[in-house]
Design a protein around this ligand. Structure first.
Ligand code: SF4
Ligand code: SF4
Ligand code: FES
Length: 256
């Protein structure tokens, strides 16, 4: 049997333990992945005892409390705190999601927090999304028209409704980083987040570049690496269905 070992410097070690100092009777243990490239040390899991009596309801609140009151060195992204910007995406209790919308009460036992899976880690909970953003740029996510018009470029209500379930995507990357095909071929396969975005522009009735857009994604590696495993749809914190969007692109290609 083939045995695969992690390189010595990527083994995750037991980290520091931060004992509660408040004397609270309502304590939860929070285990957080930590890695600082500037130290040359291995990644580790630090454990924090947190007083839950004085902690608002979401995982992001918990992280902010730890950062503000226990350990200011933790690095993570966040901005809107309302599930709009997508920056606080991380892996909580083994599932990708947005820390600002995930109630910590939904997590039983210790609360385990990791960066999004299969991304190069920049620091602690911050994954490197530069490849994903380049792929996003490659589908040209903006309206393309050649006809000149002085008037407002309007849509019928029906055409506008076709964008429902697509325009709400906040590019948080929860879907792509839960997709096994993207894990193994992330440099070539566009992945569910980018393909959902591609589809959003392909079916926009105002766009005049549909044929070219379809041609660009019609590629064995960029598109057909999707094997309909559906992890992406299960992971989306906005309730969107990237797998369906990918299937729709394939159908359009098959019938065009
Ligand atoms: S349905 Fe496609 S994109 Fe979604 S997780 Fe599966 S392989 Fe990835
Ligand atoms: S489809 Fe959902 S999970 Fe994927 S990037 Fe958009 S909002 Fe995030
Ligand atoms: S902080 Fe903006 S989505 Fe969570």
């Amino acid at each position: 049997m083939v045995q695969i070992n992690l390189p010595q410097n990527s083994k995750v070690e037991k980290g520091k333990f931060f004992k509660d100092k408040t004397g609270s009777k309502n304590i939860r243990k929070v285990n957080i992945y930590r890695w600082d490239p500037s130290t040359g040390e291995n990644p580790r899991i630090d454990t924090y005892e947190v007083d839950m009596d004085n902690c608002p309801s979401k995982v992001l609140d918990l992280l902010n409390k730890i950062k503000n009151e226990i350990d200011p060195s933790i690095a993570y992204r966040r901005s809107c705190a309302h599930g709009v910007c997508g920056s606080c995406a991380m892996n909580m209790d083994g599932k990708n999601g947005l820390a600002c919308t995930k109630p910590h009460s939904e997590i039983k036992g210790d609360i385990n927090i990791y960066p999004l899976p299969h991304l190069k880690v920049l620091k602690d909970l911050i994954g490197d999304l530069s490849t994903l953003y380049k792929q996003y740029e490659s589908v040209e996510p903006w309206l393309k028209t050649t006809s000149k018009t002085e008037k407002e470029n309007i849509q019928s209500k029906g055409d506008r409704a076709k964008l429902d379930g697509l325009y709400e995507c906040i590019m948080c990357a929860c879907c792509s980083t839960s997709c096994p095909s993207y894990w193994w071929n992330g440099d070539k396969y566009l992945g569910p987040a980018v393909l959902l975005q591609a589809y959003r522009w392909i079916i926009d009735s105002r766009d005049e570049d549909r044929k070219e857009r379809l041609k660009k994604v019609a590629d064995e590696l960029k598109l057909y690496r999707c094997h309909t495993i559906m992890n992406c749809t299960n992971a989306c914190p906005k309730g969107l269905n990237p797998a369906k969007a990918i299937a729709s692109i394939k159908k359009m290609l098959a019938t065009s």
